[in-house]
Design a protein around this ligand. Structure first.
Ligand code: GDP
Ligand code: GDP
Length: 439
C-alpha cells in the first residue's frame, strides 16, 4: 500500500499512526527507525508493506507537479492499493487534480482519504472531493484517529489474497549440488552422522533427489540430496548431463545451494556451470571445498588463502558465496557447513530498511555520479521489493543510463553496509516517467 498526496496533507502522520497499530515489524534494526519510509504493517492478520512517498528523493528545486507525477508513477508500479490523501482544511487544490489525472486509468484500486476531517463541518464539505472522479472516499482525522480503522478494513479487503503459498515446507532447504565424484554423497552421510535428529525421510518425493528432514539444534532443515539416487537413471555418457539437470531442479526449490567442489581438482567448467544456475535462480549459496584432507597441509592458512584467490578469480559471479573447507572422509568442517548455510539462508531473507537503503544509495551516487552523453543518472528512490533473493528496485530518470558496471558499484556500496554474505542481491531499474524541467 502506498500513501500519495501533495505535501502537508498528513501522509507521514498517517504512516506513523499505522505503524502504531502494527503488531509485527519485520525489518527492525535498532537506530534507524527514525527515517523509516517503508514498513511491514499488520491489520486484522493481513500483513502488508507500507510506503510513505514523503521519502522520495527530490531536491528542493524540483517543481511540485513533477513530485506529484513521480509519486503517482511509483505508486502505480509498486502498490496493490493506493491511498490518495487530500486535505479537508484546504479543500481541493490544483495539485490534487493533477494527481488525480496522473492516477486516472490505473488498474490499482485507489481510495480517496480526506484527512483533517476534525469536525462535522469539514465532513460535509469533504464531499467536493468526489468530483476528482476516483470513486471511494473515506473521511479521517489522523490527529483524532477517527476513520482510520475503516480505511484499513477496506485496504485489507482490496489486497490480493496470497492463498496457496502458505502451505509450503517452512523448513530451511539446503540442496547439496555439484558435479559427480566431488563427494556429495559422502558429505550427506557426514551431515546425517552429525545430525541431532532425523525427523523423516521423504522418499520418492521426486525422482531427482532424496529429501531428508532433520533438526539441527533448534532449526528444522530439509536436506535435498541429489547424489543419493545416482544409480537410478544413469545413461551411458550422460552422467554429467543428468547431474546438471538434477542440480537444476534441486536448486530451483532450495533456499541455500551447497555447491560441493573437489579441492584437489582446481575449478572446472562443471563447477562453474552449476554455480551459474544458482545465481540465475537467485538462490543463496555456499561453496564446500571438499577432499581438503588430500592437500599438502590441510591446516595451512596460506593454502586456504591461495585456493580462495583462485576460486574468486575463476568464478567472479559467486563472489558473495563463503567458502568452507571440508573433508567428508575425515569428518572435518562439517558443522561449519551447516552453520554457514543457515547464516546464508538468513541473509537471503533479509530486508534492508528503506531509510538506510536510500541513504546508502544516495551517498554512493553523490560520491560517484554517473553520466553519459551529457546526461546524468538520477536515482530518486530505492525500495526493497522482495527477498529470497533480496531485490532492490531503483527508480531513475533514465533506465538506459544505468550501466551494468554502475549497478555493480551500487551493489558493492550496499554490501559495505549489509554484507549479505551468501546471497546474491538483485538490482532492478525502473524508469520514473518523470521529466524535470531542465532535461
Ligand atoms: P505530509 O507532508 O503529507 O507527510 O504531511 P504531514 O504528515 O507532515 O502533516 C502535515 C501537517 O498536518 C502536520 O502539521 C500535521 O500535524 C497536520 N495534520 C496531520 N493530520 C491532521 C489531522 O487529522 N488534523 C489536523 N488538524 N492536522 C493534521
Ligand atoms: P558424489 O558423486 O559427489 O556423490 O561423490 P562421492 O561422495 O560418491 O565421492 C566420490 C569419491 O570421493 C569416493 O571414492 C569418496 O570416498 C571420495 N571422497 C569423498 N569425500 C572425500 C574427502 O573428503 N576426502 C577424500 N580423500 N576422499 C573423498
Amino acid at each position: 500500500m502506498v500513501i500519495v498526496g501533495r505535501p502537508n496533507v498528513g501522509k507521514s502522520t498517517l504512516f506513523n499512526r499505522l505503524l502504531g497499530y502494527r503488531s509485527a515489524i519485520v525489518e527492525d534494526i535498532p537506530g534507524i527507525t527514525r527515517d523509516r519510509i517503508s514498513a511491514e504493517a499488520e491489520w486484522c492478520g493481513a500483513v502488508f508493506n507500507l510506503i510513505d512517498t514523503g521519502g522520495i528523493l527530490m531536491t528542493a528545486n524540483d517543481p511540485l507537479m513533477d513530485q506529484i507525477r513521480l509519486q503517482a508513477n511509483m505508486a502505480m508500479s509498486e502498490a496493490d492499493v493506493i491511498l490518495f490523501m487530500v486535505d479537508a482544511m484546504d479543500g481541493m487544490t490544483a495539485a490534487d487534480q493533477e494527481l488525480a489525472d496522473a492516477l486516472r486509468g490505473t488498474k490499482t484500486p485507489v481510495i480517496i482519504v480526506v484527512n483533517k476531517t476534525d469536525n462535522q463541518n469539514r465532513e460535509i464539505e469533504s464531499a467536493e472531493f468526489y468530483s476528482l472522479g476516483m470513486g471511494e472516499l473515506f473521511t479521517i482525522s489522523c490527529i483524532h484517529g477517527h476513520g482510520v480503522a475503516d480505511v484499513l478494513d477496506r485496504v485489507v479487503q482490496l489486497l490480493p489474497r496470497s492463498d496457496g503459498e502458505v502451505a509450503e515446507d517452512e523448513n530451511t532447504k539446503l540442496a547439496i549440488v555439484g558435479r559427480p565424484n566431488v563427494g556429495k554423497s559422502s558429505l550427506v552421510n557426514s551431515l546425517l552422522g552429525e545430525k541431532r535428529l532425523i525427523v523423516s525421510e521423504i522418499a520418492g518425493t521426486t525422482r531427482d533427489a532424496i529429501d531428508t528432514r532433520l533438526k539441527w539444534n533448534d532449526q528444522e532443515i530439509t536436506l535435498i540430496d541429489t547424489a543419493g539416487i545416482r544409480k537410478a537413471g544413469k545413461v551411458q555418457g550422460s552422467v554429467e548431463y543428468y547431474s546438471v539437470l538434477r542440480a537444476q531442479r534441486a536448486i530451483a526449490r532450495c533456499d541455500v545451494a551447497v555447491l560441493v567442489v573437489d579441492g584437489t581438482a582446481g575449478v572446472t567448467e562443471g563447477d562453474k556451470r552449476v554455480g551459474g544456475i544458482i545465481v540465475e535462480e537467485g538462490r543463496a549459496c555456499i561453496v564446500v571445498v571438499n577432499k581438503w584432507d588430500l592437500t599438502a597441509n590441510p591446516k595451512s592458512r596460506t593454502l586456504i588463502k591461495d585456493y580462495t584467490a583462485i576460486f574468486r578469480n575463476e568464478v567472479p559471479f559467486l563472489a558473495f558465496a563463503p567458502l568452507v573447507f571440508t573433508s567428508a572422509l575425515e569428518n572435518t568442517g562439517i558443522k561449519h557447513v551447516v552453520t554457514t548455510a543457515l547464516d546464508a539462508a538468513e541473509m537471503h531473507a533479509h530486508r534492508i530498511p528503506t531509510g538506510l537503503l536510500n541513504r546508502v544509495v544516495r551517498e554512493a551516487s553523490d560520491v560517484k555520479p554517473y553520466s553519459r552523453k551529457g546526461k546524468t543518472l538520477r536515482i530518486y528512490y530505492a525500495t526493497m521489493a522482495t527477498v529470497k533473493p533480496p531485490t532492490i528496485v531503483l527508480f531513475v530518470n533514465d533506465a538506459e543510463l544505468c550501466h551494468f558496471s554502475y549497478l555493480r558499484y551500487l551493489e558493492n556500496a550496499i554490501r559495505r553496509h549489509v554484507a549479505f554474505e551468501g546471497t546474491p542481491i538483485r538490482l532492478v531499474v525502473k524508469e520514473a516517467s518523470y521529466k524535470a524541467k531542465d532535461e
